[in-house]
Design a protein. Structure first.
Length: 483
RNA sequence: GCGGAAGUAGCUCAUUUGGUAGAGCGAUAGCCUUCCAAGCUAUAGGUGGCCGGUUCGAGCCCGGUCUUCCGCUCCA
C-alpha cells in the first residue's frame, strides 16, 4: 500500500512535469482542489470526451447531445432539491471529531423527550433555522446539554453553514441582483430542456439526452489530486423511459457503461459495481461503477434510476405540464397515453476517467541490456486511440536533407492526427521523451530513407522497431487509432 | 474540519550549535553523433511557499498563513 501511494505521488509529479496537469494559480501558491489541464492533458481530456460523446450520440440513434448553460434560473435548484439538501448547518464534536447536521442532532434529541418538550425544542429549532441564527442553534444545543453519541460530551464547535453550491449574482447592480448558483450537476440542464429536445427532435421514448460540461461543488474536503475537485467536468446521459421499465433500462445501462470503460482499455478486473444501500432522495435504485484507483476502489461513474422525480418537480415549480404522449400500444391494444417519463441516468466524471487512464498508463520500467548494464524508462502506456500525440517524427540527424524529408511526412500526417517533430538530441533520448508523454509511435528518417523511401517505426509499448515504406505510415496509424 | 508529514532551481536533493545558497539531472544555443536518456562547449533559472517576530545577522529558531500528501471526517 505504501508502495502504491508512492507510485501515486510519482504519477502526480509526472503529470506536472510533462504538461498534463498543473495546479490552478500555482503562481500564487495555488487554489485548493482546483487544477488546470496542460498542453497534453487538455488533448487527452478532449480525446476522452470525444470518445464518450461519439459512443453516446453517434452510436445510439436515440440519443442526442446538448450543451446547456452553467447558469440556470434559481428555482431550478429549489425544484431539484439542491437548495434544501445542499446547504445545511453543521456542528462538530471536538472530542470525537464527528460532524453532525444540526437539525439531525436536535431531532434525535427531541425524540428522547416527552411529546410536549420535544415539540417545543423542534419549534425553537425551526425558528432559528429559518432566521439563519447559527449562534442561537449552538446555544440551543448547549442549553439542553445535547451530547455526541460517540464521545458523550458536549464539547462542540460553532455551528457553521455549509453550502455546497457556489453562488454569485446576476445583474450588474449588486443590491438589486438575484443570487444564482453555479450548477452542482449538469443533469438539471437536461431535465429543463426535456420538452424542447423531445418536441424539436421528434424524439420517441425511450430516448436519451447527453451532455458534457463543468459542474461546481464547494466541497468541505476536496482531495486526492483531481479525484475530487471543486470544479469538475461531468459526462451525463439522461435516458427517458416508460414508467415501469426503468429497472430493465437501469440494468441495460449498467452493463453497457461498464463495457464501454473496458472498450477504452480499462481492464475488467479493475472495475466493479457497488450498489447504493442508502438512496438519494430522487432515486429508486443506484450504483457506482468503481475503479481501483491507486488509493483504493472509488466511484468512476454513477448509474441512477431517478424515477420521475426531477420532471415532476420541475412541472410543479414551473406550473407547466411536462409529459409525453406515448402512441405505442400496450398489451390491451390501447395507447400508453400521457405520462411523466422515468429517468435512468449515467454520470461519469471526466476528470476521474482521466485519472483512471493515467494511473493505468503510468509505468516505471527497468531491464538489463545486452551488454549487462541497467536501463530504465518511465512510460505512459496510454491506449493509442486516446494518446494526445500519436506520432513523433524524428530525423536521425539534422543535416544531409533528413529534416526536409521528415517535414514532408509531417505535412502529410498532421491533418489526420496530432504529430510531434523533433530533431534535437540523440535518438534514444528522443524516444525516452516520447515514452514519458505516451506517444505510441516514433518514426525516424535516416540516409536509407533517401534511397528507398523507407523509415524506421518504433513502438512505444514493445520498444521494437521495424522498417516500412514512408508512404504507408499515415494509413497504418489511422488504422490503429480507429480500432 | 481534526490529527500527522512536507514545501530550497523545471525535477531529485545538499547546505549538521543561525553568518547573506550548491550539485546532479533537466532546459536553451551550438558542436559531435547512423537507432533506445547520461560525449564536448556555453548560457539561462532561486527575494529559500508567503507574511510577520526574535537576532548585529534567519533557508535554519518562533508565530501565523497558503498549498500538497497521509489517516479520520465529509462527499444528497
Amino acid at each position: 500500500m505504501a508502495n502504491e501511494s508512492n507510485n501515486f505521488q510519482e504519477l502526480i509529479s509526472h503529470c506536472k512535469e510533462y504538461g498534463y496537469i498543473f495546479q490552478s494559480s500555482e503562481l500564487y501558491d495555488g487554489l485548493s482542489a482546483v487544477y488546470d489541464y496542460g498542453q497534453l492533458g487538455a488533448q487527452l481530456k478532449k480525446n476522452l470526451r470525444d470518445a464518450w460523446w461519439k459512443s453516446m450520440t453517434q452510436l445510439h440513434d436515440n440519443i442526442v447531445g446538448i450543451d446547456a448553460a452553467i447558469f440556470m434560473h434559481p428555482t431550478v435548484w429549489k425544484a431539484s432539491g439542491h437548495v434544501d439538501n445542499f446547504s445545511d448547518p453543521m456542528i462538530d464534536n471536538k472530542d470525537s471529531n464527528k460532524r453532525y447536521r444540526v437539525d439531525h442532532l436536535i431531532e434525535a434529541y427531541a425524540e428522547t423527550l416527552d411529546e410536549t418538550k420535544g415539540k417545543a425544542i423542534l419549534a425553537e429549532m425551526d425558528r432559528l433555522l429559518a432566521a439563519d441564527d447559527l449562534s442561537g442553534l449552538k446555544q440551543l444545543i448547549e442549553q439542553h446539554q445535547i451530547k455526541c453519541a460517540i464521545s458523550k460530551t458536549c464539547n462542540w464547535t460553532d455551528v457553521r453553514q455549509f453550502n455546497l453550491m457556489f453562488s454569485t449574482q446576476i445583474g450588474s447592480v449588486a443590491e438589486e441582483a438575484d443570487t444564482i448558483y453555479l450548477r452542482p450537476e449538469t443533469a438539471q440542464g437536461i431535465f429543463v430542456n426535456f420538452l424542447n429536445v423531445q418536441k424539436t427532435g421528434r424524439m420517441k421514448i425511450p430516448f436519451g439526452i447527453a451532455q458534457t460540461g463543468k459542474a461546481f461543488r464547494n466541497e468541505i474536503v476536496a482531495r486526492q489530486f483531481i479525484f475530487r475537485m471543486r470544479e469538475f467536468e461531468q459526462m451525463e446521459m439522461q435516458f427517458f423511459v416508460r414508467p415501469g421499465t426503468q429497472m430493465e433500462w437501469y440494468n441495460y445501462w449498467k452493463e453497457t457503461r461498464k463495457k464501454w470503460h473496458e472498450s477504452i482499455g480499462i481492464p475488467a478486473e479493475k472495475l466493479r459495481f457497488h450498489n447504493h444501500i442508502k438512496l438519494a432522495h430522487y432515486a429508486d435504485a443506484a450504483l457506482d461503477i468503481e475503479f481501483e484507483f491507486p488509493f483504493g476502489w472509488k466511484e468512476l461513474e454513477g448509474i441512477h434510476s431517478r424515477t420521475d422525480f426531477d420532471l415532476t418537480q420541475h412541472a410543479t415549480y414551473s406550473k407547466k405540464k411536462i409529459q409525453y404522449f406515448d402512441n405505442d400500444l400496450n398489451e390491451e391494444g390501447k395507447a400508453y397515453g400521457n405520462y411523466t417519463p422515468f429517468v435512468v441516468e449515467t454520470s461519469v466524471g471526466l476528470d476521474r476517467l482521466f485519472l483512471t487512464v493515467m494511473s493505468l498508463a503510468y509505468a516505471e520500467e527497468k531491464w538489463t541490456k545486452e551488454d549487462g548494464t541497467e536501463d530504465s524508462r518511465v512510460v505512459l502506456r496510454i491506449p493509442t486511440a486516446l494518446a494526445p500525440t500519436k506520432l513523433a517524427i524524428l530525423p536521425l540527424l539534422k543535416k544531409d536533407g533528413l529534416p526536409e524529408i521528415a517535414r514532408e511526412l509531417l505535412d502529410e500526417c498532421k491533418p489526420h492526427f496530432h504529430c510531434f517533430y523533433e530533431e534535437k538530441d540523440a535518438i534514444g533520448k528522443r524516444y525516452r521523451r516520447m515514452d514519458a508523454i505516451g506517444t505510441p509511435f516514433c518514426v525516424t528518417i535516416d540516409h536509407q530513407t533517401k534511397e528507398d523511401q523507407t523509415v524506421t517505426i518504433r513502438y512505444r509499448d514493445s520498444m521494437l522497431q521495424e522498417r516500412m515504406p514512408m508512404s504507408k505510415v499515415k494509413d497504418m496509424i489511422l488504422e490503429k487509432i480507429d480500432t
